[in-house]
Ligand binder design. Structure first.
Ligand code: UD1
Length: 377
């Protein structure tokens, strides 16, 4: 009994926070690595907290299933709301969980509302915070994600970065070099691990798609989709610039709400339901090019060598442009049409893969946390 109790005391418990779709690809390799080191006798243990920011099977459950993520230990079930409602509800619910079981470390990933909300809650309770994908900056304060990044990084204790430029941003913010670990990209760990498991979505046969003979489109940023006129203008340009190739558009619930009652009709754009991870990455890998306002997708296209057009003026992931296959289009419709034409003609830059985006990031993160845990015991 005594032995058991002292073993319990020696455990170093990490709360892993996940809330929205892009978080799930980032936590999966961390959890797999934690399970591996636990099986080898490590004292690291974790509790998986799902905030419930995303709750549909298509936005959440399917990713857990496909990526082999265990069921969350706790689901805070907060659901949707305004920025403040969602953030506040996550903070209140997570604080209650910490009162039930206090972790040694709170690990947050990415830049969604769940990331910031749980980081603030933990920090105020005196629990150290580790941020995976720390230090990236767009400088665009109209994006809720930029606020989430800056707030999280201003209070975190440990920083795991995807690039040297992210490390530099943190150094310029005054973060001590010892607190920063340049480890690579966990989202790319998931891509590397699942490359051979990717499967065609049903829409591939339903729409008769052939490899390199279609585009993929995703749009969900409030700045692009919350105004119907702006969204419609983008869609019209894309529809008329694909040289007759289909443009497959898995529609995010936020965008679907805006498009639901409209009478827009397209020659080439084909709207489909949001896809699972394995189907979506297959669709992207086989496409001629991707048009998106997502940041994470520009990282995946960079690694897959697929041309990418980003419908934003800025990116917090500059290496996707300087090293990878990404080009920033903003809302320049002439550049959008020209770039789609160049992609169809096969005239696109050949990118390469940024340093440490090699599938081993989670291994480096957990090795660093082992050393942090050792010094804290
Ligand atoms: C959130 C993240 C964004 C991320 C995106 C990926 C923030 C500030 N934004 O944006 O960084 O790129 O997730 O998807 O955290 N909805 C559903 N079912 C769901 C989830 C949402 O129908 O499972 C609907 C809700 O009605 C909600 C809307 O989609 O109002 C938007 O969801 P929300 O979590 O507010 O933000 P996202 O736009 O998804």
């Amino acid at each position: 009994m005594l032995v058991l109790e002292s073993l319990q005391v020696m455990k170093y418990i990490i709360d892993i926070i996940a809330g929205a779709r892009p978080n799930f690809m980032k936590i999966a390799p961390i959890i797999h690595e934690l399970n591996r080191v636990r099986d080898n006798g490590s004292s690291l243990a974790y509790r998986l907290i799902h905030t419930g920011q995303h709750y549909d099977t298509a936005m959440s459950g399917r990713f857990f299933e496909q990526l082999g993520i265990p069921d969350p230990d706790v689901n805070l079930g907060v659901g949707s709301g305004t920025q403040a409602e969602q953030t506040g509800n996550i903070m209140i619910a997570y604080e209650r969980q910490v009162a039930i079981q206090r972790p040694n470390l709170c690990l947050v990933v990415g830049d969604v509302n769940s990331t910031m909300a749980c980081a603030i809650t933990a920090k105020k309770l005196g629990i150290p915070v580790a941020h995976v994908e720390a230090g990236i900056r767009s400088g665009d304060w109209s994006m809720p994600e930029e606020v989430n990044r800056v707030v999280t990084d201003s209070i975190a204790d440990w920083f795991f970065t995807t690039s040297e430029s992210a490390t530099l941003n943190l150094r310029q913010q005054g973060v001590q070099v010892e607190a920063i670990f340049f480890v690579g990209n966990t989202m790319i760990d998931t891509l590397v691990a699942n490359q051979r498991r990717l499967v065609p979505a049903a829409c591939v046969s339903e729409l008769g798609l052939s490899a390199r003979r279609y585009f993929v489109l995703t749009m969900h940023r409030p700045a692009n989709v919350d105004s119907f006129d702006m969204l419609a203008k983008f869609l019209r340009t894309i529809d008329s610039s694909s040289a007759g190739l289909p443009v497959v558009f898995p529609v995010h619930p936020r965008t679907a709400k805006i498009l639901r009652d409209c009478s827009l009709r397209f020659d080439n754009i084909q709207m489909v339901e949001p896809l699972g991870y394995l189907e979506f990455l297959h669709l992207v890998r086989e496409s001629v090019g991707v048009i998106t306002d997502s940041g994470g997708l520009s990282e995946e296209t960079t690694v897959l060598g697929v041309p990418c057009l980003t419908l934003r003026n800025t990116t917090e992931r500059p290496e996707t442009v300087t090293i990878g296959t990404n080009r920033l289009i903003g809302s320049d419709h002439v550049a959008l049409a020209d770039s789609m034409g160049q992609i169809v003609q096969g005239k696109w830059k050949i990118g390469s893969v940024p340093p440490l985006w090699d599938g081993q990031c989670a291994h480096r993160i957990i090795a660093a946390i082992e050393s942090i845990a050792d010094t804290r015991r």
